[in-house]
Each structure stands twice: as C-alpha cells, then as structure tokens.
Design a protein around this ligand. Structure first.
Ligand code: NAP
Length: 259
C-alpha cells in the first residue's frame, strides 16, 4: 500500500504517454494532480479523465523551455493546492537525425526540452518542497541514456545528462526530505514511439527485450509512482531502468543453448 504526501503532484508532459499514465495513477492514489503540458487539448482531456474517475486534477499549460511559463504554471498550482511536493519531469521530445548531419538547431531543441526543462522545473519546485520538508522528484531518462542508438545524438546525450542532473538534485536537496530519482524506460508504446518506430524497428527490438514485449505507459508509471511515494524515502539519486531486462542482456540474446 503506497502512500503519498498530501500536497499536489505536478506532472510535466502529463497530457500524453508516460506522463499521462502517471497522472492518472497518482490521482487514483489520491493525489491532487496538476497536468502540465505544452499541448492544451491534451491537458484538458487528461484532467477531464481524472475528474470523471473521481480524482482531483488541474490542467496547467506549460512550456518547459521557458522559465516564465514554468513560474506561471507553478504559481497556478500553488494557488490551487500549495507547493507541489511531487514533481515528475516527463515532458520530452525525440528528434532522429544521422550524427554527421545532426543540426545544432535540433540539438538545442532536444536539450532545451529534455534537460533544461527538467533542470528549471526542479529548481522552481525546490523552495516549496524545502518549505514542506518533503519532496519527490522523478526525471525521465531512457535506455538511450545508457546505450547509443542510430540517430539519437541529442536524445541519447540528453537522457545521459538526466542521470547526472538527478544525482545533483539528490545531493543538494536530500537534507530537506527531498529525493530525486530518474526512471529510464525501455521501448514504450506512446505517441512518441508511435511516430518514431517502424514495423522494422519493432521486429528488431522485440528479440532484444528479455520480457518479450514493448511496455505500456502504465508499466513505466508504476515505477514512477513508487519513487514518488513516502515509502521510497531512502531511494535517492538513482536512475532505474524499467526496460523488460533490455539493459541486463548482452550477446547471444536469443537462440539455443548449444555452443
Ligand atoms: P509523449 O507521448 O510524446 O509525451 C511527451 C509530452 O511532452 C507530449 O505531450 C509533448 O507535447 C510534451 N512536451 C513536448 N515539449 C514540451 C515542452 N516544451 N513543454 C511541455 N511539454 C512538452 O512521450 P512519452 O513517450 O510519454 O515520453 C515521456 C518521457 O519519457 C520523455 O521524456 C521521453 O523521452 C521518455 N522516454 C520515453 C520512452 C518511450 O519509449 N516512449 C522511452 C524512454 C524514455 P507534444 O506532443 O505537443 O510535443
């Protein structure tokens, strides 16, 4: 039985995929959830879904690249339910280009959302969490932060950076009852991957996943929710792969035992 602090949960990227599943799950556990995303229709839909199921939700527009927008979003949440004691940084973008042709514009765009966004939101959330003497920050890394993949120059780098950012947050905020961890999902069926995965990608990936399937957003949300719970108070500064065993396996992933 997981229990959450009474304060609000702020979920960036809460309008879609993993963020949306996390928002729904946290609301089911009783958290008032601020669904924050750049997509205005998606936050309204997610908040409506939560309310229809009897939960508490507020749709909050945010562009995590923009400090003023982040301040406005947190101000709105604080007026609603006080400081956010849970922050899940799920807003993210994937841009795939060959390394040698990777444009600096794409590089900057990916790092601005995936790294600077998590940094700025964490920085904005910290004073409220410190005042509450309690906080749970969960950042979204990726298996691409551990292993390179074709076209993922900026994405992979951004997700490796999230592991470092998470350690930094854990170190500097830990004394205030705040933990910071990251979850590194493997392949997960969301709008992001729907756009990026071809049938060929899926056929190549599946044999490399010991669990034998591509995750649903709820599989990732379950790990995030654990890390946001009171019970996870001694888990701090880590990046947890939630990947069906993908990172655990290496050579000879399939085939017979005969050598
Ligand atoms: P998703 O379905 O595309 O959801 C991401 C959400 O973030 C979208 O609603 C997106 O809006 C929003 N967003 C983009 N830029 C934003 C900004 N500047 N400010 C606020 N919101 C913004 O993706 P997902 O698959 O759930 O991914 C969630 C997180 O998990 C990401 O950080 C991703 O890198 C990570 N992850 C995903 C997978 C996977 O297989 N799905 C694997 C590893 C890690 P728009 O749609 O309008 O851009």
């Amino acid at each position: 039985m997981l229990s959450l602090e009474n304060g609000a949960a702020m979920i960036t990227g809460g309008g879609s995929g993993i963020g949306r599943a996390t928002a729904v799950m946290l609301a089911e556990l009783g958290a008032p959830v601020a669904v924050a995303d750049i997509d205005g229709d998606a936050i309204a839909e997610t908040a409506a879904e939560i309310r229809a199921a009897g939960g508490e939700a507020l749709a909050v527009p945010v562009d995590v690249r923009d400090k003023a927008s982040i301040n406005a979003a947190f101000d709105t949440v604080e007026d609603w339910r006080g400081p956010a004691t849970i922050l899940v940084n799920s807003a993210g973008i994937l841009q795939v280009e060959p390394f040698e042709d990777f444009s600096v514009e794409s590089w900057n765009r990916v790092l601005a959302v995936n790294v600077t966004g998590a940094f700025l939101c964490g920085q904005r959330a910290a004073p409220g969490m410190k005042a509450a003497g309690y906080g749970r920050i969960v950042n979204l890394s990726s298996i691409s932060g551990f292993r390179a993949g074709v076209g993922r120059t900026a994405y992979g780098t951004s997700k490796a950076a999230i592991a470092g950012l998470t350690r930094q947050m854990a170190l500097e905020l830990g004394r205030h009852g705040i933990t910071a961890n990251a979850v590194a999902p493997g392949a997960t069926a969301t709008p992001m991957t729907h756009a990026a995965y071809t049938e060929e990608t899926r056929a190549t990936l599946l044999p490399m996943i010991p669990s034998g399937f591509i995750a649903e957003p709820e599989d990732i949300a379950a790990a995030i929710v654990f890390l946001t719970s009171r019970q996870a108070r001694y888990v701090n500064g880590h990046t947890l792969p939630v990947d069906g065993g993908y990172l655990a396996s290496g050579m000879l992933q399939t085939g017979s035992l005969s050598v």
